[in-house]
Design a protein around this ligand. Structure first.
Ligand code: ZN
Length: 91
């Protein structure tokens, strides 16, 4: 069951159109468009083979809704956030 915090994020990203709203609710299937733990909306774009493990999903941040074209995230802001996260991991 989703927490109240996740519900708020999902409602936010699914507010532009019915299609994305359905994907974000994910009631009938496992969505490939999901909100990460960092609050960024990601879309799975492929599978990657990790040795001795199940294939992993390759995610990419989504800047525009794939269904209606509404801008859902700012590319510059996302890159800044991801760069900051990378630097935090390295140090
Ligand atoms: Zn949309």
């Amino acid at each position: 069951m989703a927490s109240e915090t996740q519900d708020a994020q999902l409602a936010d990203f699914g507010s532009c159109c019915e299609e994305l709203n359905q994907v974000m609710s994910g009631e009938e299937f496992e969505p490939l468009v999901t909100v990460g733990g960092d609050g960024i909306l990601y879309m799975s774009v492929g599978l990657i083979d990790i040795e001795e493990e199940e294939p992993g999903m390759v995610d990419h941040p989504v800047f525009y809704c794939p269904f209606c074209g509404t801008k859902v995230q700012d590319a510059e802001a996302i890159r800044t956030q991801l760069d900051a996260a990378d630097e935090a991991e390295e140090s």
